[in-house]
Design a protein around this ligand. Structure first.
Ligand SMILES: [Zn+2]
Length: 308
């Protein structure tokens, strides 16, 4: 058999990152496509299958053997049965993507949650390499986490584990999209940092990135908003640490682009708060927005080899 390769897709609300990935994580070929979610879940599903099929054809043309398909999607994902249960931004409602991909490509397939498979990739190929227990936290429009235990992702009983963004860190605080108040996501996501600063400064359209750079330059209001977010994040991470006792926390997503302007104060805020906890190392993600795609390939390889 010629060299094996996995067809890997990471489907987001706006775009799909797709690749042919070798079993060691090396990317043979990469392509991106718009999701165009406004067309509805049926059309998006058809695009996913067509793109996956095209990648398999490409693999064979390049003298490689496609051996599995891995697909990552956002929302609630039943990994065991391969069903995209629910997604706000793509519109999936109980779509059996694993089965559909297996029928279309005639290859074994695996379906995973975008952040949880991103965690898998960071734990094995990225910033968590060499560590047994890794918590990956993606901070962007929302906040989500993925726990990797001994190199395996933890999906939870209902495919909904890792919703760190909806841990309440400020009771009675800012309103969250989930209906609660004071969720970590409502206090420390890139979106909420930008919104809070815009409200207080009266400057519409200010982004979390603006806040980070202005805070670094010493602007008082920006510093305060940034510090509030950092402290909320530290409270959320400390709760996670009390539960999971991981060796390393990998921070990814848009807010982590702030680099040391985020990492240094988060490390300091955690150090201030720890009592009995063993402090995790806090590091920045290494794989950027390819983590989901690489992780879906890893998930496909794992399920193919019969690992849980
Ligand atoms: Zn919430």
């Amino acid at each position: 058999m010629s060299d094996p390769v996995v067809v890997a897709l990471d489907v987001g609300g706006t775009g799909m990152k797709c690749a042919l990935v070798r079993p060691d994580g090396a990317v043979h070929h990469e392509e991106r496509h718009p999701t165009r979610a406004e067309r509805g879940p049926q059309a998006v599903t058809e695009t996913i299958l067509t793109v996956a099929e095209g990648l398999a054809v490409r693999a064979r043309a390049d003298g490689l053997t496609p051996i599995a398909t891995g697909i990552a999607v956002p929302g609630v994902v039943d990994e065991l049965n391969g069903v995209a249960v629910w997604s706000a931004n793509v519109g999936f409602r109980d779509v059996p993507l694993k089965e559909l991909a297996e029928q279309r490509l005639d290859l074994p397939a695996a379906l995973g949650h975008d952040v949880r498979v991103g965690a898998l990739a960071e734990a094995r190929l990225g910033a968590g390499r060499g560590r047994r227990h890794v918590l990956f936290v993606a901070i962007g429009t929302g906040i989500a986490g993925g726990l990797v235990i001994d190199g395996r992702g933890y999906p939870g009983a209902h495919g909904a584990a890792g919703e760190l963004g909806h841990v309440v860190v400020r009771p009675g605080g800012a309103e969250c999209g989930c209906g609660l108040r004071g969720c970590l996501e409502a206090e420390a996501s890139a979106k909420s940092v930008g919104r809070k600063y815009a409200e207080l400064s009266g400057e519409a359209g200010a982004t979390a990135f603006d806040v980070a750079t202005r805070a670094a330059r010493g602007e008082e209001l920006a510093r305060q908003v940034w510090l509030d977010a950092v402290e909320a994040l530290a409270d959320g991470l400390l709760t996670a640490q009390a539960l999971y006792d991981v060796g390393v926390v990998v921070l990814g997503g848009g807010l982590a682009e702030a680099g040391d302007d985020l990492l240094l104060p988060v490390r300091a805020a955690i150090a201030e708060r720890v009592t009995f906890h063993r402090s995790p190392e806090i590091v920045r993600a290494e794989l950027g927005d390819t983590a989901g795609c690489l992780g879906s390939a890893l998930l496909a390889l794992d399920s193919r080899s019969g690992k849980p």
